[in-house]
Design a protein around this ligand. Structure first.
Ligand SMILES: OC[C@H]1O[C@H](O)[C@H](O)[C@@H](O)[C@@H]1O
Length: 396
């Protein structure tokens, strides 16, 4: 049968990883019908998906993540994957944080394909050498380092001017400056007092200071175009999740030699997670359900979890996939995931829709991006963020 899948993996490394899924499906005799919606981060895809579902024309499967999964399940649109999960031993082979994110009312309604770490700093060692600087360990040190890089005529920070990319940068600043417990207070518990605290003011001011280290070509730039600036030695750093690594490896670059994968300043003991997953829209036709079962099984298959994540830059969601074929960055990520799960410094990525409901996430993303690209007083931005948080809580 046809299996039509809506997703937003159109950038080079993403498309290469997606090809692994298509290969698997075609091998199981299903016809893959691609429904890509361009736009990194997935904001566009979420809008297109809503339109299709509301007009009674949902795809067979779609890329949906975090609390949005529970929202769709609560509406009764998603197929129950419990039988597939039981037969596949998902509970035994997934870290609890991953398993729980895939469930609604204790039932699996989504299949996870990976664990991305968001709080990375990608660096070009040749650019650092040219500017005579070291990789910074704190955000204050980053600012001093960036000044030197800029004086050397190079771009300190490769960035794409899109709200989700701005939010991705802020989450690493808060995590690095104030730690995992404070991050949770602000971006998970939505605590208005923490949002309006001097600690948050400091992080917002550090965040906005970084704006002067991005180049004038940044507005609207896609994330992978920004990664190319680091790959090509025009820029020193990019703050982005490890989907960026898929771009370096696709360009034949070696970790440790051509690029460095470092934790964002001050975040080496923390892990901001982003889990990609697919849901399946309820279907009554037997063939369609068979195709959905085949895809769910393929996505959680050990060999697929290896081949997909080698291309994507993330680590497998399945905890029993050996990492022998993975590089040092991936092994570093897996170790950081393990250590931060034990050390209580594993946090859901706010910028990548893992922490709060989509509506409050979108409201905060807009406030954060407006603040980053303008001259709004910090206190004012904090008040708006606190309002967005309160509104959400009022609706709970
Ligand atoms: O498009 C950029 C990134 O956006 C989202 O965070 C997705 O989870 C990730 O898989 C993708 O690579």
């Amino acid at each position: 049968a046809d299996i039509e899948v809506l997703h937003w993996w159109t950038a080079g490394g993403e498309a290469r990883a997606l090809a692994e899924v298509v290969k698997k499906m075609e091998a199981s005799g299903q016809r893959w019908r691609n429904f890509p919606v361009a736009g990194g981060g997935g904001d566009n895809a979420a809008i297109v998906l809503k339109t299709r579902v509301v007009s009674g024309y949902p795809p067979t499967a779609a890329q949906i993540k975090g609390p949005e999964i529970q929202e769709w399940a609560a509406e009764g649109y998603l197929a129950d994957l419990s039988d597939i999960a039981r037969a596949g031993g998902w509970d035994a082979n997934l870290p609890p944080v991953v398993a729980n994110a895939m469930k609604f009312g204790g039932h699996y309604v989504a299949a996870p394909v990976n664990i991305h770490r968001v709080n990375w700093m990608w660096a070009n060692p040749a650019v650092l050498k040219k500017a005579g600087v070291e990789a910074p360990k704190s955000w204050d040190e980053l600012i001093r380092t960036a000044d030197k890089i800029q004086k050397a005529g190079l771009i300190p920070i490769a960035h794409g001017g899109q709200p989700w990319q701005d939010f991705t940068l802020l989450e690493s600043v808060v995590l690095g400056n104030a730690g995992a417990a404070f991050y949770r207070k602000v971006f998970v518990e939505l605590d208005p007092a923490a949002i309006q605290s001097p600690t948050m003011s400091k992080s917002l001011e550090t965040f906005r200071t970084l704006h002067k280290y991005i180049d004038s070509g940044a507005p609207k730039r896609e994330w992978n175009t920004a990664t190319a600036l680091v790959i090509n030695g025009r820029a020193a750093f990019q703050f982005m999740g490890d989907w960026a690594k898929g771009e370096f490896t696709r360009a034949g670059k070696q970790p440790g030699r051509d690029f460095l994968c470092l934790a964002a300043p001050g975040t080496d003991k923390a892990f901001s997670y982003n889990i990609d997953s697919f849901v399946f829209f309820r279907r009554h036709h037997e063939d369609a359900r068979k195709a959905q079962t085949d895809l769910a099984n393929a996505l959680m298959g050990t060999s697929f979890q290896e081949s997909f994540n080698l291309a994507k830059g993330s680590i497998p969601a399945r905890s029993n996939v050996r990492l022998d074929h993975f590089d040092d960055c991936a092994r570093h990520s897996a170790e950081a995931f393990r250590a931060s799960s034990q050390g209580n410094s594993l946090v859901p990525s706010i910028a990548h829709n893992m922490a709060v409901a989509p509506s409050v996430q979108a409201a905060m993303e807009t406030i954060v991006s407006t603040y980053f690209n303008g001259s709004q007083p910090t206190r004012e931005a904090q008040a708006l963020l606190a309002d967005a948080a309160r509104n959400r809580k009022a609706r709970n």
